[in-house]
Write a protein that binds this ligand. Structure first.
Ligand SMILES: [Zn+2]
Length: 211
């Protein structure tokens, strides 16, 4: 989401806020040397530049010829960097933005080395979450996937929401073997705040309605 916003110049840097009609100082809140456009925030602000340079990516932003951030990304993409490289790239962008916000909103100064550490750490967490072990630890996706019933039969799925004060919301859908919804219901009822009982009530109501 962050990357998509950055590529569409949709981050709330001062230049963009001013474009939307806010009467604010467009200067960079970190260095005060230039207006805070997206490119200044992510690329050319002194701390951002240092972070890129001393990161494992070793990017010298001064050598980048593209004026726009998205052009830079497309240019890098053209060079076919591997996935690990891109994970770290986006982690760097994200942490530069988070560091900028920590300064703007909390007056907390994050030096560029700790920013790099956080980006590398984020990259490792991402990699760990995508290893086989990480996947195995998660809920087995096959087990929770909805499967259609056999031809000529229907499947009823129900669910419930506890709304507080013994009030529950119940709902369900009936689908045929092609997965098309043939009936649906929902209602509110004062009954219980016990989730197992509420689930059972919802299933019973579903069965009754189907009848
Ligand atoms: Zn700056």
């Amino acid at each position: 989401m962050f990357g998509w916003k950055a590529l569409h110049n949709g981050l709330a840097v001062n230049v963009n806020l001013a474009k939307r009609g806010l009467h604010i100082d467009q200067k960079c809140p970190r260095c005060g040397d230039a207006n805070e456009a997206l490119e200044h925030m992510l690329m050319t602000c002194a701390d951002s530049r240092k972070a890129w340079y001393f990161s494992p990516l070793r990017i010298d932003v001064a050598q980048v010829n593209c004026g726009r951030f998205r052009d830079w990304v497309f240019e890098l993409n053209h060079n076919n960097k591997d996935e690990e490289w891109w994970v770290l790239f986006w982690m760097m962008c994200w942490n530069i933005w988070v560091g900028r916000n920590a300064w703007v909103f909390d007056r907390k100064q994050r030096d560029f080395m700790s920013l790099i550490d956080k980006a590398v750490q984020g990259g490792m967490e991402y990699a760990a979450a995508n290893t086989r072990k990480g996947k195995k630890d998660r809920v087995n996706e096959v087990d929770v996937r909805w499967k259609p019933p056999a031809e000529g039969t229907y499947k009823l799925n129900t669910d419930v929401a506890l709304l507080g004060g013994n009030l529950i919301g119940m709902g369900g859908v009936v689908r045929d073997f092609e997965g098309d919804v043939v009936a649906a219901f929902c209602c509110r009822k004062e009954a219980t705040n016990d989730v197992a009982v509420a689930e059972a009530l919802s299933a019973r109501l579903g069965v009754k309605d189907c009848h």
